[in-house]
Design a binder for this molecule. Structure first.
Ligand code: 26Q
Length: 826
């Protein structure tokens, strides 16, 4: 047995059984005659949690003693997925637990499936936060995640008659064994009211209402280093005080009702990915996270070793040497003004010193250039909800524009472009506030960081070029290889040892085996077994039949027009037409897999899901097609389903219009698991191509520059349509109801928008090259050995895309903290 899953020593196995039985008895209060599988899941979860507890406490003690600088990651989203297997792996107890359960007649894999996943995120941004927590703990940083404990995470997606339906995801229905509430650290958060001038010339926020933030802590174990960091999620609790008047006046019912309405703040995650609706509840959520977290951060600073000793007023001069706050997009941008407010109004610092400390503490990561995703709050709404913060933004803006004016005295237009508060549009620009209030600003892939500097942040780059950086995203190799693809992990380990788990660059040693015939066969066998496993899972859970002998061609990600699932769909239709036109031609068998949620209000995206489902139906019902082509749309794509799909991918579809996907991370996950990429030169695909070499990836399509030029000269969709017979045919079939005979006009909006000359995502411009790229894919796939060699080269080149590498860069270039491979005592 390989040691990466821990060695199941007899005494460990006996201990696990003992603790498991104790939890079933004392915590769940059942015996084995009446216990359900879910009870067993909970018992084993508590058993594993017990192993974390002393490490968790010791980590806190250690960080108190050393008083190293702390990193605070602030995010409105954490897409954590399941915790059980992650904890077992990171603690090295998986084999012991496995063996113990087996001896008791239970199956670990079946129990793991019973954990509901913490899906408190939409897509890439929330999953990135989760990967970064894993890496920060593994690198021994004193790091905290702060977020919101939504009662309802991302909705559950069902496909009914080909349409997406949304259902509430009540992940807390069963008690969650991984969280601990901390009522003793309740924090007040204030809204509304007004600001008055106090006697001593100070500003005072009065007549506000208060909602309390209750912290729930979850453990974040590092890999094999006995570090356990904390993710602290806030839940809204009505303040009993604020309803006192109503309670006393006898309006009991209204008082209770109002209580529950303030608890609505953390009721539900906004399911929009890259779209800002400007809703007040969302602004309340953002401030709730920010205010509770920043107060908590300051309180921890005051309780820290140096400040506990000092009996005079706490000195904030060194605050930026003790705390780094990272903003995950603009969603927690209010941190800038909340930190200012607390330093000035509560801690009595002067404005200039407060602003200096704020800037040195905060850094900002941007995740998108899409204009509809950039947060801008209506001034009226903002001022009413957060009157003191509006004043502080006004002050910061004046200070900022003063600097702009000194640098470009004549340039009125520039001042207008750079204002944080836009009086004409009556909006507060949160991106600009984040840049002005930070010492570092970064994009999430090289190309994206370059575009930031040349497009939406150009003026700000010219003002402060030293602030701008790149930090290419990464994924954690623990969840995205070791845990989700154990057979590949073992195979790699037999060749190069287990160093890759915490130093993914070591994968490049696999290049030595690219011609090793046995290794090639082993890689093929593992991939096939993963495809078989996925096929069985889909058969069992969704009654979907797919053939593991076919190529698995996969596009899984949020549904968005810029990601161009519709381009993939046009390709599928063309492949279908080609088989029909030439039924005797020898083609490879393909299974084309789609998965992803559309925002509930995003009509076009939902119609695209319906189209894909209808095309899938037409293809499957056509007797001519047989087993040559199969199209499936998988329901409810999320972290847990991804862990099953990604190890089985042959071909990774990354086909966004160049310039629009900031980075992408599913591209990295599939590459690491031996999938080959077909993709545009967008986001991190560019770097994937650099790392693996252009012979080992299928790139196609317009470059960012060409997109720009084409838009400049005028994109004309109809030209492409008229000049490509296959494309024309596919679109006409959609238009004529070939895929929707019961309602021939169902997809007319899609057809119309595809042919518009200002169609924003230029689908038709990239169609022909996309088809040709797929022909190259097919050629290569016919030669199993050559294909597998490229898979090996892809795995070997995936090292750069570890979140450990990304976090090391943040630590060095932004946070000024030092990773360590020191192990704490177990
Ligand atoms: C904004 C305002 C109001 C409500 C919701 C939002 C909102 C919520 C989520 C806006 C954006 C998001 C999520 C964005 C996101 O996931 N972006 C992705 O981030 C990944 C990690 O950096 C990148 O890899 C992807 O390219 C990028 O699309």
């Amino acid at each position: 047995q390989i040691s990466i899953r821990g060695i199941p020593l007899l005494e460990n196995v006996e201990e696990v059984k003992k603790v498991f039985n104790r939890h079933l008895h004392f915590t769940i209060v059942k015996d084995r005659d009446v216990a359900t599988d879910h009870d067993y899941y909970e018992s084993i979860a508590y058993t594993v949690r017990d192993h974390l507890v002393s490490r968790w406490i010791r980590t806190n003690q250690y960080h108190f003693e050393t008083d190293q600088k702390r990193v605070y990651y602030l995010s409105l989203e954490y897409h954590m997925g399941r915790a059980l297997s992650n904890c077992m792996i990171n603690l090295g107890i998986e084999n012991s637990v496995d063996e113990a359960l087996y001896e008791m007649g239970l199956n670990i894999e079946e129990l793991e499936e019973l954990e509901s996943e913490a899906a408190l995120g939409n897509g890439g941004l929330g999953r990135l936060a989760a990967c970064y927590l894993d890496s920060m703990a593994t690198l021994g940083l004193s790091a905290y995640g702060y977020g919101l404990r939504y009662d309802y995470g991302i909705f559950a997606q069902k496909i009914e008659d080909g349409y997406q339906k949304e259902y509430p995801e009540n992940w807390l229905r069963y008690a969650c064994p991984w969280e601990i509430s901390r009522p003793e650290f309740l924090v007040p958060v204030q809204y509304y009211g007004k600001v008055i001038d106090d006697k001593d010339g100070k500003k005072k926020w009065v007549e506000y209402i208060t909602v309390h933030a209750m912290p729930y802590d979850s453990p974040i174990p590092g890999y094999n280093n006995n570090v356990v960091n904390t993710l602290r999620l806030w839940s809204a609790k009505a303040s009993e005080k604020f309803n006192f008047a109503l309670f006393n006046s006898g309006d009991y019912i209204r008082a209770v009702a109002e209580q529950s309405s303030s608890e609505d703040i953390t009721r539900v995650l906004y399911p929009n990915d890259d779209f800002d609706e400007g809703k007040i509840l969302r602004l309340k959520q953002e401030y709730f996270l920010v205010s509770a977290s920043v107060q908590d951060i300051i309180a921890r600073y005051k309780r820290s070793k140096i400040n506990l000793k000092a009996d005079q007023q706490v000195d904030f001069t060194n605050f930026p040497d003790k705390a780094a706050i990272q903003l995950n997009d603009t969603h927690p941008a209010l941190s800038v003004v909340e930190l200012m407010r607390l330093l000035i109004d509560v801690e009595n610092l002067g404005w200039d010193q407060a602003f200096d400390i704020t800037k040195r503490t905060i850094a900002f990561t941007n995740h998108t250039l899409l204009p509809e995703a950039l947060e801008k709050w209506p001034i009226d709404m903002f001022q009413k909800l957060l009157p003191r913060h509006f004043q502080l933004i006004t002050d910061i803006n004046a200070h900022h524009l003063d600097i702009v004016q000194k640098k470009w005295p004549e340039d009125k237009e520039r001042m207008k472009r750079m204002t944080i508060i836009d009086d004409e549009a009556k909006k507060v620009n949160m991106g600009y506030l984040s840049v002005v209030g930070s010492h570092a600003v970064n994009g999430v892939a090289q190309m994206h960081s370059d575009l930031l500097k040349s497009t939406i942040m150009k003026d700000f780059y010219e003002l402060n070029p030293e602030k701008f950086q790149n930090k290419t995203n990464g994924i954690t190799p623990r969840r995205w290889l070791l845990i989700c693809n154990p057979d590949l992990a073992d195979l790699i380990t037999t060749k190069i040892g287990e160093g890759w788990i915490t130093d993914l660059a070591q994968l490049k040693q696999l290049r030595d085996y690219v011609d090793d015939e046995q290794f090639i066969r082993d890689i093929q066998r593992v991939k096939f077994e993963n495809k078989e496993r996925l096929s069985k899972f889909l058969k069992k859970n969704f009654n979907v039949n797919i053939n593991p002998n076919s190529m698995f061609d996969v596009q899984v990600k949020r549904l968005h027009e810029y990601k161009r699932q519709l381009l993939n769909c046009l390709r599928v239709i063309t492949v279908y037409n080609r088989i029909k036109a030439n039924p005797d031609k020898d083609v490879i068998q393909r299974t084309i897999i789609f998965g992803g949620k559309a925002a509930p209000g995003y009509k076009t995206a939902k119609l695209i899901i319906k189209l894909i489902c209808n095309v899938a139906r037409t293809v499957s019902e056509d007797p001519v097609i047989g087993d040559r082509l199969r199209v499936v749309f998988l329901e409810n794509y999320g972290v847990s389903l991804a862990e099953k799909i990604i190890p089985a991918v042959d071909l990774s579809e990354q086909i966004s219009l160049a310039g629009l996907e900031a980075s992408g991370t599913s591209n990295m996950k599939m590459m690491l698991n031996g999938g080959l990429t077909i993709g545009t030169m967008d986001g991190a695909n560019v770097e994937i191509c650099e790392e693996v070499g252009k012979d080992n990836i299928f790139t196609f399509g317009l470059t960012y520059k060409e997109v720009d030029e084409l838009r400049e000269k005028g994109y004309n969709a109809k030209d492409y349509y008229e000049h490509n017979a296959e494309l024309k045919q596919a679109i006409e079939q959609i238009r004529d109801g070939v895929f929707s005979p019961e309602d021939p006009n169902l997809f007319s909006d899609i057809v119309k928008s595809l042919l518009e000359s200002d169609e924003k995502f230029m689908l038709l411009a990239d169609y022909e090259e996309y088809m040709k790229a797929h022909e190259r894919v097919e050629q290569l796939y016919k030669d199993g050995t050559e294909w597998t060699k490229k898979c090996i080269l892809n795995i070997a080149a995936a090292g750069k895309f570890s979140s450990d590498r990304a976090i090391r860069e943040y630590a060095k270039d932004i946070w000024n903290v030092t990773p360590t491979d020191k192990k704490l005592p177990s």
